[in-house]
Design a protein around this ligand. Structure first.
Ligand SMILES: Cc1ncc(COP(=O)(O)O)c(C=O)c1O
Length: 370
C-alpha cells in the first residue's frame, strides 16, 4: 500500500475535523505501537492506569498553563461533541430554575438555543438573522436580563465566519461560551466566563473529545436526578473518569497543547500568526475589486473561518476544482452560506496561506470582467 509522505499532504482548509499540526502527527506515528515506556499503544491501556493518568494530567496542566485557567475552575474531558453541550449546559445551569439568555450570531448559536428550549426557559437577546449573520452586535443592541441564569454566546461562528474580537464581558451574569472553532487560537481571560466548551476537532485534535472549563460554584447547580453522563458535578468529582473517557483524543489533545507551548510559544504567539494569516486572506478579498465578496462585515471578521463568494456559481465551482490542482482542498462553503470557506485554524501553515492567496490573485486575473 502506498503511504503518503508529509510532503504529499494537501493544504487542508477543512472546517472540521480539521488539519492537525504535522509535528503532532509525526509524534503520534512514532508512538503508535508503544507509548514510551508503556509497551502498548495509548489506545490499548486502561483509562485508570498510571500511564494514562500521566497522559491526562499532562494534558490538563498544559491547558491550564496555556489559558492561565484559575484554580477555582475545573477542566473536564468529555464526549458527545459540542452538540451535547447544547443540552448539558441548560440541563445543569438551569437546574435551579430561571431563564437563560441566548445571543444568536449564527447557525451554531441557533442550534444551541434549539436544544436549550427543550431543557428550560430561554430568551433571545439578539438575533442577527435579518442580515444572514454577517455581523456581531454592539453591547447596547443587546437587551440582557440581569437575573438570567446565564448568557450563552458563540465566540466564533464557524459557518458564517463572524467572531468576537474580545472576551465577552457584559455584566454579572455567568457567560457560557461555545469556543469550538476558536479554542486555543488566542489568549482568553477565563475568569470572565462561567463555562467554556469546545469540541476538539478544529484546533485541539480529534473529534470525540469535548473540553469543558467550568467555574466551581456553577457545579452546585447540577441536580442529582440528571442522567449520570449529563451531570457536570459527577464528571468533576470523578476527574473526568466517571466513565471511560476518549483516551486517544485526550492523548492527542496533550500533544497539540505541547506543540502550542513548546513550538509555537504560547497563545499570544499563536494569535499573532493567526492574525497575520487571516489578514493576508482578507487582503486578497479586499484587493479584488469586488470579484471576491466577503460574507462577514470587516469589524466582525473571523480569524479562523474566512467566508466569501465569487460572482457566479459557475466560477465558484471552477475555483474549487482549479484550487484542488494546487493542493488547496476543502474550501467549499457551508450550504447555508454558499461560496467559499477557508478555515485557517492553528495548524494552517504560512505556505498554505501564501499558496491560497497567490491562487486567488491568479484566478481573479484570469476571470474578472469576463
Ligand atoms: C461553533 C460550533 N459549535 C458547535 C459545533 C458542533 O460540534 P460537534 O459536531 O462536535 O457536536 C460546531 C461544529 O462544527 C461548531 O463549529
Amino acid at each position: 500500500m502506498a503511504v503518503k509522505t508529509a510532503a504529499e499532504r494537501s493544504f487542508n482548509f477543512s472546517a472540521g475535523p480539521a488539519a492537525i499540526p504535522l509535528p503532532v502527527l509525526e509524534q503520534v506515528q512514532a508512538e503508535l505501537l508503544s507509548l514510551p515506556g508503556c509497551g502498548a499503544s495509548v489506545m490499548e491501556i486502561s483509562h485508570r492506569s498510571s500511564q494514562f493518568d500521566a497522559v491526562m494530567r499532562d494534558a490538563e496542566q498544559r491547558l491550564r498553563r496555556l489559558l492561565a485557567v484559575p484554580d477555582h475552575y475545573r477542566v473536564l474531558f468529555l464526549q458527545g461533541g459540542s452538540r451535547l453541550q447544547f443540552s448539558m449546559v441548560p440541563m445543569n445551569l438551569l437546574g435551579g430554575g430561571g431563564t437563560a439568555d441566548y445571543l444568536l450570531t449564527g447557525a451554531w448559536g441557533k442550534n444551541a438555543l434549539s436544544e436549550a428550549t427543550k431543557a428550560g426557559e430561554t430568551k433571545i437577546v439578539w438575533d442577527g438573522a435579518s442580515t444572514n449573520y454577517d455581523r456581531l452586535p454592539a453591547r447596547d443592541e443587546v437587551s440582557l436580563d440581569p437575573t438570567a441564569a446565564y448568557l450563552h454566546v458563540t465566540s466564533n461562528e464557524t459557518i458564517q465566519g463572524v467572531q468576537f474580537q474580545q472576551d465577552v464581558d457584559w455584566g454579572d451574569v455567568p457567560v457560557v461560551s461555545d469556543m469550538s472553532s476558536d479554542f486555543l487560537s488566542r489568549p482568553v481571560d477565563v475568569s470572565r466566563y462561567g463555562l467554556i466548551y469546545a469540541c476538539a476537532q478544529k484546533n485541539a485534535g480529534l473529534s470525540g473529545l469535548t473540553v469543558v472549563i467550568i467555574r466551581d460554584d456553577l457545579l452546585e447547580r447540577s441536580q442529582d436526578q440528571l442522567p449520570g453522563y449529563m451531570n457536570y458535578r459527577l464528571h468533576a468529582q470523578a476527574n473526568s473518569l466517571w466513565n471511560t473517557p476518549p483516551t486517544f483524543g485526550i492523548y492527542l489533545f496533550g500533544l497539540v497543547a505541547k506543540w502550542l507551548e513548546e513550538e509555537i510559544g504560547g497563545l499570544a504567539a499563536m494569535q499573532t500568526r493567526n492574525q497575520r494569516q487571516a489578514a493576508q486572506v482578507y487582503a486578497a478579498i479586499d484587493a479584488s475589486g469586488g470579484f471576491y465578496e466577503g460574507h462577514a462585515r470587516p469589524e466582525s471578521r473571523s480569524q479562523m473561518n474566512v467566508t466569501f463568494r465569487l460572482p457566479s456559481d459557475e466560477l465558484q465551482s471552477r475555483f474549487l476544482s482549479e484550487a484542488a490542482e494546487h493542493q488547496l482542498v476543502a474550501l467549499k462553503g457551508h450550504r447555508s452560506v454558499g461560496g467559499i470557506r477557508a478555515s485557517i485554524y492553528n495548524a494552517m501553515t504560512d505556505e498554505g496561506v501564501d499558496t491560497l492567496c497567490r491562487f486567488m490573485d491568479d484566478f481573479r486575473g484570469r476571470h474578472a470582467g469576463r
